[in-house]
Write a protein that binds this ligand. Structure first.
Ligand code: NDP
Ligand code: OXD
Length: 313
């Protein structure tokens, strides 16, 4: 009944310690010999291709994050359940990031920081939140929580998802047909989509061309992407900023991570970069529910927060 922690390139010690503290009876390994029959569960982040397929008694894979693209990209992934993170701790962290970035753009933080650097005293027009619509792409666990919190701050909220939904207080749109009307409402575009074959490259020139030209802030919409880097075409974002299709952007995720030093995004005056840090996975918060799931699974209960491998999230 051993647990393998597979997160190459990252320090696994806090995960291993939390697992050992929470379940001293379960052996925890960071390096398992390929084919080790004692491995029953894998706790994974970007596991090497082929590794999980080698364990004959693997029963389930637990993602270290809410996203699972890093697990599903392995073409040899065995046909076992994949569980993703759904946890208040991670959700709250993401909503903090989203509220921070939306408020900073909305209250003209970038402009005022530039002005301060040059001792410029120049008050800018400021709309109120009730006149501004935040459009959230991805109305799942994270999107809906961010929507509730932004709504409490007074913003109007529009949400876009793959399947139609009704969410109190939110104007909802779904699928290809809903995208145009959703963008027509949106002043600040917040992206909390998973990386799938369908969402790859969605943040492109074609989408920016369908966005509003002017918002209550007087300029083109703002983009905030904390979903995944594969959603965005970075050359298109830079072009949209320079051509006035986007006014500003906050990006937490990138086509290549770490973002290469040569990327123009680092230096663009209207881009705010964070290093995939919007909502970190904290072992102290995430390991206890993982262990409870393992115990429940062994009692014959179904696993929760399972990934739909067909849909890719
Ligand atoms: P969920 O699975 O709960 O929600 C995903 C949402 O995206 C759903 O509303 C889903 O639609 C929608 N969606 C998926 N595919 C499409 C599509 N083709 N068109 C339109 N909508 C689509 O995921 P979470 O909210 O928990 O997490 C979202 C993502 O956030 C993760 O996958 C991960 O990539 C990212 N993330 C980033 C972090 C960071 O630190 N930057 C931290 C944590 C997560 P439907 O409701 O119809 O299924
Ligand atoms: C996640 C992430 O998917 O941190 O949870 O990116």
């Amino acid at each position: 009944m051993s647990i393998l922690v597979a997160m190459p390139g990252y320090d696994p010690s806090r995960w291993v310690d939390a697992l050992r503290r929470g379940a001293p009876e379960r052996p925890v390994a960071t390096q398992a010999a390929r084919g080790d029959p004692s491995i029953r569960y894998a706790v994974a982040w970007k596991q090497p291709e082929g590794l999980l397929a080698s364990f004959p008694n693997l029963s389930a894979v637990f993602s270290l994050g809410a996203g699972v693209d890093h697990i599903l990209r392995d073409p040899t992934l065995p046909d076992v359940p994949v569980v993703r993170v759904v946890a208040d701790d991670l959700t709250e962290r993401m909503s903090e990031y989203v509220a921070w970035r939306v408020l900073d753009h909305f209250r003209r933080g970038m402009t005022y920081r530039r002005q301060q650097a040059r001792a410029i005293w120049n008050e800018r027009p400021q709309p109120v939140a009730r006149d501004v619509t935040v459009g959230i792409m991805g109305l799942g666990v994270l999107g809906q929580d961010a929507a509730r919190k932004l709504s409490a701050l007074g913003f109007r909220i529009a949400g876009w998802s793959r399947t139609a939904k009704e969410v109190a207080g939110i104007a909802t749109f779904a699928g290809d047909d809903g995208l145009g009307p959703f963008l027509a409402e949106t002043d600040v575009l917040v992206v909390l989509l998973p990386a799938t074959a369908e969402t790859r490259g969605i943040l492109s020139s074609a989408l920016f061309a369908r966005c509003k030209r002017r918002t209550p802030l007087g300029e083109a919409p703002v983009l905030v992407n904390a979903g995944r880097g594969s959603l965005q075409r970075e050359a298109d974002i830079l072009r949209a900023l320079d051509e006035g299709r986007l006014s500003e952007a906050s990006l937490d995720v990138f086509e290549e991570e770490p973002l290469p030093a040569s990327s123009a995004l680092w230096r663009h005056p209207r881009v705010f970069v964070t290093p995939h840090a919007a909502a970190v996975s904290e072992p102290e918060a995430l390991v206890p529910p993982m262990l409870r799931q393992m115990d429940a699974f062994e009692r014959g209960e179904p696993l929760r927060h399972l990934v739909d491998r067909e849909a890719g999230y």
